[in-house]
Design a protein around this ligand. Structure first.
Ligand code: PMP
Length: 440
């Protein structure tokens, strides 16, 4: 059934998919066509049940089809799907985000760095608009990004990007004009000297530094302690903005994202702009950019930087986002952390028993495994790992009813619904999968 569906999809849709990693290109085999999801499980068209560690690439933080979220969506849908006009629920979601993103300031005081928020529909739009805003605000053109970081698929951001670009080993994308690509300076991650050197050379032309709050699109790779704070210092000394991309990490690793985890633990720092996606919509198309009010007010209609969207802030999506954030309680984050601990340790032990060299990569409750002897610090290290060990591992897990991300360059996602039964199924599948990785 999955085979037939894939053949049919490939005739109707390029590659049979609407987002490249779904095609199983790097793990081989036929993608499962999913028809239903509930709690920690997804079900394919053949009726097979899988414990899901993709969680729609992050949004399903509460587990799939959480009753409160589904009810909120149904109630909102009954009142109309989209108005293309202001709704009370947009303000409610913006206020929820502004109050939740709280952390330690320079003197230990509590700060709320999201003063204003603009809602959009995808993470790609959020980062694209944040960059235009940074350029409009500073009157400068250049952007610094880091190799292996994925910020969506807008033209200037695909150079040395992670996620599907990493999975397919592409240097970037065809169709991006060279003059546009030339506006992005790509630097090695975790290398603050490289950032200082680039700023020394191009300083007054740099509008912004954009960074994943913790990288999770080349596999998981956390910033060195103090790296994000150093970026903020360098950006601010240079009159540039720091854009912290929390599309993946936001509301997932803590209520205040990775920023909440990293500020206060290390030196306090304040990004000028944040981008969000995934969890903020709980499975509906919601994303956002937010930050300093004096910067955000440069957006139209108050300012000269244009940004808009027919479906932005639509009431059904707002209902899903509000219900999801309201149910993402401290207990949920504690559960995600302990489940991630349990699974990361179990996978590591299984691999170690089979003599498979690996590193457990963590950023809060996000995790993945890099098949290498030495801890990676940047994209070159992540790419140099023994990537061929992942496909047999992935397929052994799939055969045992566990759906992992179909690429070694992606994070694993746990949810509040991953209970003992789901976790046991994963753990039981590990010995066979580890043997498959060892013999690859
Ligand atoms: N930024 C980051 C850090 C992401 O992980 C992603 C998507 N994985 C995006 C931006 C793009 O978001 P979207 O797929 O919703 O366009």
């Amino acid at each position: 059934m999955n085979n037939e569906l894939f053949e049919r999809a490939k005739r109707a849709i390029p590659g049979g998919v609407n987002s490249p990693v779904r095609a199983y290109g790097s793990v081989g085999g036929t993608p499962r066509f999913l028809v239903r999801a509930e709690g920690p499980y997804v079900y394919d068209a053949e009726g097979s049940e899988f414990v899901d560690l993709v969680a729609s690439w992050g949004p399903a933080i509460l587990g799939h089809a959480h009753p409160a979220v589904v009810k909120a969506v149904q109630d909102a849908a009954a009142l109309g799907l989209s108005f293309g006009a202001s709704t009370p629920s947009e303000t409610e979601l913006a206020e929820l985000v502004e109050s939740r993103v709280a952390g330690a300031g320079a003197n230990g005081e509590t700060v709320h760095p999201i003063e204003q928020l603009r809602l959009v529909s995808t993470g790609t739009e959020a980062t694209m608009s944040a960059i235009r805003l940074a350029r409009g605000y500073t009157g400068r053109d250049l952007l610094i990004k880091f190799a292996g970081h994925y910020h969506g698929h807008s033209d200037g951001l695909l150079a040395a990007a992670g996620s599907g670009v990493a999975t397919m080993a592409l240097p970037g994308s065809a169709g991006v004009p060279a003059p546009i690509a030339a506006q992005t300076l790509v630097l090695p991650y975790n290398d603050i000297d490289a950032v200082r050197a680039a700023v020394a050379e191009h300083g007054d032309r740099i509008a912004a530094i954009i960074v994943e709050a913790a990288s999770a699109n080349m596999g998981v790779l956390a910033p060195k302690p103090g790296f994000n704070a150093a970026l903020a210092d360098i950006a601010h000394e240079n009159g540039s903005l720091l854009i912290l991309d929390e599309v993946l990490t936001g509301f997932r690793v803590t209520a205040a994202g990775y920023w909440g985890l990293s500020t206060g633990e290390g030196p306090a720092y304040q990004p000028d702009l944040f981008t969000f996606g995934k969890v903020i919509g709980g499975g509906m198309p919601v994303a956002a950019l937010g930050g300093r009010a004096d910067v955000m007010e440069h957006l139209a209609p108050t300012g000269p930087v244009y940004q808009a969207g027919t479906l932005s802030g639509n009431p059904v999506a707002m209902a899903a986002g509000i219900a999801t954030l309201e149910h993402a309680t401290p207990e949920v984050y504690a559960h995600l952390d302990s489940t991630a601990d349990t699974l990361a340790q179990a996978v590591s032990e299984a691999l170690a028993r089979e003599g498979v060299a690996h590193q457990v990569q963590r950023a809060g409750n996000l995790f993945s495994f890099a098949f290498t002897e030495t801890p990676p610090v940047d994209y070159a290290d992540m790419q140099a790992q023994q990537t061929w060990r992942y496909p047999p591992f992935f397929h052994a897990m799939l055969d045992a009813g566990v759906a992992l991300p179909p690429s070694v360059f992606e994070a694993w996602f746990v949810t509040a619904a991953h209970d003992e039964r789901a976790v046991s199924r994963i753990i039981d599948a590990l010995p066979t999968a580890a043997r498959a990785a060892a013999s690859a």
